[in-house]
Design a protein around this ligand. Structure first.
Ligand code: BGC
Ligand code: ZN
Length: 344
């Protein structure tokens, strides 16, 4: 069967290739659609990722929407599913407790990213424990489950960190208008929070639909927006990340989600760091990946959003192409691109 493979460490090595069909034990899943994100672009540019031990190529794809092929393991033929990305290192307490998202050794594997083949192929066999049911009504929007799980984790952690002391999450700022920024905007709006979403684009239809205030950062500097209980950086700009500390209210929490791999120095205002962060109990933290509970929360919230704001989630997927047009999906900017492998 066809798969999208890459030679990790080798730029421009992504190609569609025949691979042998999966023979492992588990649930056989037909792949319907694969979301593409910045991580896939980094792997295809050769700057990130690793092949399984002893192999030269890695099957890409970690944002899965699939359909179960046969009854069994608590699933029924036709069920829509997604799957977790990160798998246990087998050696730390976090992984032993079922939280590889908090792995303490860094020796975890990740589907389609590090040492485990991904989902960008016609069919996969998956461990039933790693599968997450996707509600039927979400249909193709189920492809957003994985990036949504990353947002659900970030917000869950922000609430835990903010909530270590008396705190109310009333005003949030989301920096970045990509899929993660918009899914975070949507989830915060579902929770009734006053959300401002800021990015470079002149306008943002999703923000308007879900009742978030949209700000174009080319016209309005972030420092003019007032201060926030939560700032979520999903633009992947290290300078903007450093500046989030200065955008927080007392007890405020800033969460970094977007990767910025550039080698550079960024500036932090001395008094913001050396005085305000301390005197106002502010926190800056990073979050990656997601726990199973975050996937479950994500599909629940996606379904709620689908009902609350018809058509809003559809705006997040901007380009759907077949597997052999993966280059178009990688080149696409503005909205999520996906690879479509089969009919719903
Ligand atoms: C994925 C995460 C993964 C991270 C780092 C992201 O694109 O959504 O699941 O942990 O990349 O590899
Ligand atoms: Zn991703």
């Amino acid at each position: 069967m066809d798969a999208l493979v890459v030679e990790p460490g080798v730029a421009h090595s992504a190609r569609v290739e025949r691979v042998s069909p999966p023979r492992e034990d588990g649930v056989r899943v037909r792949v319907l659609e694969i979301g593409i994100c910045g991580t896939d672009r980094e792997v295809s540019e050769g700057v990130f990722g690793a092949a399984p031990d002893g192999e030269a190529t890695l099957v890409l794809g970690h944002e899965l929407l699939g359909r179960v092929d046969d009854d069994g393991h608590g699933f029924f033929r036709g069920d829509l599913v997604t799957a977790t990305v990160r798998r246990s290192c087998g050696r730390c307490v976090a992984c032993a407790e079922g939280s590889p998202d908090a792995c303490l050794t860094g020796n975890y594997s990740e589907r389609g990213i590090t040492r485990l083949h991904g989902f960008a192929r016609e069919a996969v066999v998956e461990d039933p424990v790693q599968l997450i049911p996707v509600p039927r009504e979400l249909g193709r929007l189920g492809v957003l489950a994985e990036p949504a799980s990353v947002c659900a984790r970030a917000i869950r952690h922000a609430r835990a960190i903010g909530g270590r002391q008396p705190w109310r999450l009333e005003r949030a700022l989301v920096i970045g208008g990509g899929a993660v920024g918009m899914l975070a905007t949507i989830f915060l709006r579902l929770a009734g929070i006053d959300v401002t979403t800021a990015s470079l684009e002149p306008a943002n239809a999703v923000a308007d639909r879900v009742g978030a205030r949209y700000v174009c950062t080319a016209a309005t500097p972030l420092a003019e927006l007032g201060r926030f209980d939560l700032v979520l950086e999903a633009a992947g700009n290290a300078q903007a990340m450093a500046a989030t500390l200065g955008l927080l209210r007392r007890g405020g929490v800033a969460c970094l989600l977007g990767i910025d791999p550039r080698r550079q120095q960024v500036a932090v205002d001395g008094q913001t760091l050396g005085v305000d962060t301390i005197l106002e109990n502010r926190v800056l933290f990073g979050s990656v990946n997601a726990h199973r509970q975050d996937y479950l929360a994500a599909v629940t919230d996606l379904t709620r959003a689908w009902t609350a704001w018809p058509g809003a989630l559809d705006l997040l997927v901007a380009l759907r192409v077949p597997l052999d047009r993966f280059a178009d999906a990688f080149a696409h900017r503005g909205g999520k691109a996906t690879l479509v492998l089969d009919e719903l």
